[in-house]
Design a protein around this ligand. Structure first.
Ligand code: G6P
Ligand code: ZN
Length: 579
């Protein structure tokens, strides 16, 4: 390939190949395509749709139109979760970026960047923003999903002001600016290529910036010592998705773990045909390793398609994400150097259990309850009010980036284990840490029922029934099954930083003992409606810390199904997924 010099890893930035004049910009006529509605998680559609005609190009041009003059002369980062169409999309996007007056595009090697890594790169290099090609935990491949989102300059998913504007632009777009003669980038080799006087592309390591940041956050020496201890064994399952590209450099090369600990860590364009979502239903192989015959490893973890979600398991033991964030917060100052001066504050989404609230109260740090969606944590973090946050949907993270971070959560747990095991003769296990936590704080039993693929009309009717019939009758002191109502509402959030209001964020019935029933419709599905029912019950009787969650929650689940008339509205006898 004459068009570029092979710079190799060591010569980063040492030489530049000048190969074309970026002035060769072409205007390609196009027409608006319906349904390019962009949310904070970007635009998600079938890969077939995205890869045909001008579908992707229309959206990317609309993004640059929405950003206007502000983006000219700026640098962005581009990468994704390794799914089918990402490499081709990277070529299309780079040419449009060149034609729209950007100065530079940093691209993850092979177009790979985990979502938290992209966020880290934006922050570290002070970039204008970034484009992440991912449909998160949705399956990948030519017959499955594809997606793209824009992150802004503090590394956070684009605010609504921008996503709304992109959508408006998609409705009126008439031309795409591109550089058709610009040669394709060699995505496989790290190095910078200059195109004309004003534009360049630098292929960068997918791992280096992110790993450097993690090294600042965690005590790698302590982790290295712990991972090499013969009394401890761990397994990490990347579900054939993006963290496969990070697992060996981080867990093996940097931390000295064994390569045998890595499962499904070769990223595949179709995630091996699996559903790359780290939960008890989809991470089947890991669940078998950790639970069958009492479990083979002391610690197990998995991450999702783009590396922002996580699941934490002990031997024959599940840490529910609501507990995970609470336990990380409770131990952060002692076990994680980044938090050595204490936490600035903590936050959770509304449906996430109240375990974190109890930790915040004990630590005496500010606590925030936000609507579902990581974007609500960003403002709090930018304002220096939140260090650790989490959601029941297997998202946990800190203010080192502005996305949830799967590998961060794994290293946080390994740090807690490493610290608690310093000087211990017998292994202090994940379960020991959880039980100790529950003995101190009490236990918030929690579970979530998902009813996927419901008829949208029926699901909406059920929500309307809850809103207009159940809430008004659920007055303080009234009975619901054997429970006494404290309050019922449709959750509304006023952002303490910018005053913006988010309403209708989920139906919430809170009982006098702190137990809760919550209903909301998923905002991430691609077809039909998914009803989520979240159940929580608090228990502080020390003899009841190790009950089976399903058993413990049976009465309240029955009450929830009864008052919502879920079966009548949807015809569903059972949930499709329980977490
Ligand atoms: C994405 C967001 C999370 C959010 C989740 C909710 O993963 O990044 O912050 O918790 O969606 O999904 P749902 O399907 O419940 O709307
Ligand atoms: Zn994800």
């Amino acid at each position: 390939d004459l068009s570029r010099l092979d710079l190799g890893r060591g010569d980063l930035g040492a030489a530049r190949a000048v190969i074309m004049d970026a002035a060769q910009v072409a205007s390609v006529p196009t027409e608006p395509i319906e349904g390019q509605k962009t949310g904070t998680s970007g635009l998600r559609k079938k890969a077939k749709v995205f890869s045909s005609g001008n579908y992707l190009a229309n959206w990317v041009q609309s993004l640059f139109n929405a950003l206007g003059d502000e983006v000219k002369g700026q640098s962005i980062v581009l990468g994704g979760d390794g799914r089918w169409f990402n490499k081709e999309a990277a070529q299309i996007i780079t040419k449009i970026a060149a034609a729209n007056g950007l100065k530079k595009v940093y691209v993850g090697q092979d177009a790979v960047l985990a979502t938290p890594a992209a966020s880290a790169i934006i922050r570290k290099r002070g970039l204008y923003g970034g484009l992440i090609m991912s449909a998160s935990h949705n399956p990948g491949g030519p017959e499955e999903d594809w997606g793209i989102k824009f992150n802004y300059n503090s590394g956070e998913p684009a605010p609504e002001k921008i996503t709304d504007q992109i959508y408006e632009e998609t409705k009126t777009i008439s031309e795409i600016l591109t550089c058709p003669d610009m040669p394709d980038i060699d995505l496989s080799a790290v190095g910078e290529v200059q195109y004309g006087d004003t534009f360049s592309v630098e292929v960068i390591s997918s791992v280096d910036d992110y790993l450097e940041l993690l090294e600042e956050v965690f005590d790698f020496d302590m982790l290295r010592k712990f991972l090499s201890s013969p009394k401890f064994s761990f397994v990490f399952d990347a579900l054939h998705a993006v963290t496969g590209a990070y697992a060996e450099p981080i867990f093996v090369e940097a931390l000295g773990g064994s390569k045998d600990s890595l499962k499904n860590c070769v990223p595949k364009e179709d995630f091996g045909g699996g559903h790359p979502d780290p939960n008890l239903t989809y991470a089947k192989e890991l669940v078998a390793l950790m639970f069958d015959e009492g479990g083979k490893y002391d610690f197990g973890a998995a991450s999702d398609g783009d590396g922002d979600r996580n699941m934490i398991l002990g031997k024959d033991f599940f840490i529910t994400p609501s507990d995970s964030v609470a336990m990380i917060a409770a131990n952060a100052q002692e076990c994680i150097p980044y938090f050595k001066d204490g936490l600035k504050g903590v936050a959770r989404s509304m449906p996430t259990s109240g375990a974190l609230d109890l930790v915040a109260a004990k630590l005496g740090v500010p606590f925030f309850e936000t609507p579902t969606g990581w974007k609500f944590f960003g403002n709090l973090m930018d304002a220096g009010k939140c260090s650790v946050c989490g959601e029941e949907s297997f998202g946990t993270g800190g203010d080192h980036v502005r996305e949830k971070d799967g590998i961060w959560a794994v290293l946080a747990w390994l740090s807690i284990l490493a610290k608690k095991n310093e000087g211990a003769t017998d292994l202090v296990t994940v379960k020991d840490i959880a039980v100790q936590h529950w003995n101190e704080y009490g236990r918030n039993y929690f579970c979530r029922y998902d009813y996927e693929g419901c008829d949208s009309d029926s699901a909406n009717k059920m929500m309307e029934h809850l809103r207009t019939t159940v809430i008004p009758s659920a007055t303080e002191g009234s009975k619901m099954g054997s429970f006494t109502v404290a309050k019922a509402d449709d959750f509304e959030y006023t952002d303490p930083i910018d005053g913006s209001v988010a309403s209708k964020q989920g139906i919430r019935i809170v009982f006098s003992d702190g137990s809760r029933i919550i209903f909301r419709l998923s905002g991430t599905g691609s077809s039909g409606a998914t009803i989520r029912l979240y159940i929580e019950q608090y228990e502080d009787d020390k003899s009841k810390m190790l009950l089976d969650a399903q058993e413990a929650l049976k009465p309240i689940i029955e009450t929830a199904l009864e008052v919502s008339k879920l079966k009548e509205f949807t015809g569903r006898e059972k949930p499709t997924v329980i977490t």
